[in-house]
Design a protein around this ligand. Structure first.
Ligand code: DX5
Ligand code: ZN
Length: 215
């Protein structure tokens, strides 16, 4: 059984609250919020006020995914907004261990994200220090892209590194996840399926969430 994190990037942006309430009733486990700065990726998204407002309407944990340059300078304004998990892209940060500490100091779970073109080499060093791992299966910046099949092998590698380093960090997959590839992702080692377009594409949200959860 997979956990499902719904990415609000694919919501109708004028009805995020309404759609999150529906998604919560449909059984999602996390709310995934991508923060984009127009520099690390060309797209731009949300600030900390959205997290505060989402906290008022939902009891679900909020997973914030920084797709920004210098996440260490971004993090302070998100430190007290109620985020439960904060993940930053590893290649955007010069001192990841320091930022992990800063995040954890606030009682927030700390995660790293690795892009689809980055290997798993650095994970042996970092897995023992983190609470959360996002392995991206599409380039950061936009929803609605196809899943890059390289993710399956990378998931297996991450699982092997986890065994070797005796760490146990839930692995999320982000980008192009849907009802057709979910099973294969779970078999390769994904614990959390992050899905935007697949969940929010139409009114069959409840069925789609259950499709992913029941894998
Ligand atoms: C993209 C984001 C994803 C995105 C996934 O950079 O990190 O969370 O919303 O969207 P889908 O599921 O549509 O690929
Ligand atoms: Zn994301």
């Amino acid at each position: 059984m997979a956990l499902v994190s719904a990415s609000i990037l694919a919501c109708d942006q004028t009805r995020i609250g309404e759609q999150i309430i529906k998604a919560e009733a449909a059984g999602i486990d996390y709310i995934h919020v991508d923060i984009m700065d127009g520099v690390y990726v060309e797209n731009m998204t949300y600030g900390p006020q959205l997290i505060r407002d989402l906290k008022k309407i939902s009891g679900l944990p909020i997973s914030v995914h920084f797709e920004v340059c210098h996440p260490e300078t971004f993090f302070p304004i998100f430190a007290d907004c109620g985020a439960d998990i904060v993940t930053f892209q590893l290649d955007a940060c010069s001192n990841p261990l320091h930022l992990i500490q800063e995040i954890r100091k606030r009682g927030i779970k700390a995660g790293i994200g690795i892009g689809p073109t980055y290997g798993t080499e650095r994970l042996a060093y970092l897995l023992p220090c983190i609470d959360w791992l996002i392995m991206m299966s599409a380039e950061p910046g936009y929803g609605g892209q196809p899943l890059n099949p390289c993710i399956y092998e990378k998931l297996r590698e991450a699982q092997e590194i986890m065994v070797k380093t005796e760490s146990r960090v839930p692995i999320s997959v982000d980008g192009g996840v849907n009802g057709s590839n979910g099973q294969k992702l779970v078999e390769a080692g994904a614990d959390v399926l992050i899905a935007g377009s697949y969940v929010f594409q139409d009114d069959a949200m409840a069925e789609r969430v259950q499709n992913l959860k029941n894998l």
